[in-house]
Design a binder for this molecule. Structure first.
Ligand code: RP5
Length: 163
């Protein structure tokens, strides 16, 4: 595997990692190099802005950003990078993650964040694979195989129900 990270996975706190590691797992299944770090928008704003401003020049192609509560990290990164940003609403103890979801999804026109469902970092990883696959026929073929396997697994569950 090429060790140059193509996808940056960042989060507001190490407490987000149990949710966010599913993104890293999904990307590893497609042999895509990643990096992961804590870059809190509120607690370390200077580092957060530096991360966003430098990400493209460092060779990253997609950023996955997860945060909970007043979850400003994905939107602030999207404001300072030309890269696609995928937001993961991390559910906390209160409000079932609705606070995180609404904080991330309600971006003003012109500054997009592709927001996945609450806690669904695996889909963030898979969406990053699809973004990278747009310019990579080999990766597209692997995504098609993955989708075929999903369909086969769903058919097998139908067979169990039918008996
Ligand atoms: C957010 O605050 C983080 O993304 C995390 O989801 C939440 C709680 O952080 P900790 O208090 O657990 O560090 O900024």
């Amino acid at each position: 595997m090429n060790s140059q990270p193509r996808v940056g996975i960042v989060m507001g706190s190490d407490s987000d990692w149990p949710t966010m590691q599913a993104a890293a797992t999904a990307l590893a299944e497609f042999d895509i190099a990643t990096e992961a770090d804590v870059v809190s928008a509120h607690r370390m704003p200077d580092e957060m802005l530096a991360y966003g401003r430098e990400a493209h020049a460092r060779g990253l192609e997609v950023i996955i950003a997860g945060a909970g509560g007043a979850a400003h990290l994905p939107g602030m990164l999207a404001a300072v990078t030309p890269l696609p940003v995928i937001g993961v609403p991390v559910p906390l103890a209160h409000l079932d993650g609705m606070d995180s979801l609404l904080s991330i999804v309600q971006m003003p026109a012109g500054v997009p964040v592709a927001t996945v469902s609450i806690g669904n970092a695996r889909n963030a990883g898979l969406l990053a694979v699809r973004i990278l696959a747009a310019g990579d026929p080999g990766l597209t073929a692997r995504m098609l195989d993955f989708q075929a396997a999903l369909a086969e697994a769903a058919r097998a569950k139908g067979a169990v129900v039918r008996g």
